[in-house]
Design a protein around this ligand. Structure first.
Ligand code: DC
Length: 229
């Protein structure tokens, strides 16, 4: 499963478009795409499935070690999808309940240590776009490209609102904004590996940019460097 190439690390707050942009970039370059939030969500989902007390740190860390983790390429060969004990979890982990508990699970040092190790194994050969909250600062501080993607909370809430509406779901902009702010706070205030801007990362503020334009900007940087090799 080896593809040689750069390690492209991307961090940023919730709802900023890291996944969509990361997938486009990975696809254009023939790289793998890894969404590390999926791992924290998958562990949370499994804990809830097993009716484990999610506030019991020791039990959650133990569960992370007990699970058989696999990351298999999606049908288009781009995204590495998370499998928990042979179950493809992508469809189960997007609901609000899993999202809300996953911030707590992501605050446990033993859980972060466990996933950091897995993420380093997945990305070590390069040819990967990996996104999350601590990829540029902790998982791959020496990545070939370090990108911090940002957008105003109003813009992120607006995008999420339109996403939900387009999917025919109920949406309230104010409530969405509140939920995003709460998640931002959790990610920023976490004691271990909080979301932060690595000094040598490239900051892209996408408040007034389309996701296509952001992906093009990243691809331009990568191709420019590749041409010089
Ligand atoms: O990106 P997401 O919303 O799917 O992430 C789910 C949770 O995991 C969220 O609370 C942030 C956390 N997370 C993290 O702490 N570190 C990462 N590298 C990725 C996600």
């Amino acid at each position: 499963m080896k593809k040689k190439g750069f390690i492209i690390a991307m961090d940023g707050p919730a709802g900023v478009g890291k996944s969509t942009i990361g997938q486009w970039v990975a696809k254009s370059l023939g790289y793998y795409f890894v969404n590390t939030g999926e791992m924290y969500r998958a562990l949370t989902w499994k804990a809830l499935e097993k009716k484990l007390d999610v506030s019991d740190e020791k039990k959650v860390v133990k569960l992370a070690h007990q699970i058989h983790w696999e990351f298999r390429p999606s049908s288009d060969g781009v995204t590495l999808k998370t499998f928990v004990d042979d179950v493809p979890v992508s469809a189960h982990i997007r609901d609000e309940r899993v999202g809300a508990f996953s911030s707590q699970v992501a605050s446990y040092p033993g859980v972060r240590k466990f996933f950091c190790k897995l993420q380093r194994i997945l990305g070590k050969d390069g040819g990967v776009v990996m996104e999350g909250r601590d990829i540029t600062t902790h998982v791959f501080p020496n990545a070939d490209f370090k990108i911090y993607l940002d957008a105003s909370v109003e813009e992120r809430a607006k995008r999420r609102y339109h996403q939900l509406k387009a999917a025919g779901q109920d949406a309230n902009w104010g409530k969405i904004k509140e939920a995003i702010l709460k998640r931002d706070l959790g990610d920023l205030k976490r004691k271990i590996n909080p979301l932060s801007f690595a000094k040598d990362a490239v900051l892209i503020d996408s408040t007034h940019m389309s996701r296509r334009a952001v992906a093009q900007k990243i691809l331009k940087m990568v191709r420019h460097r590749r041409a010089k090799l």
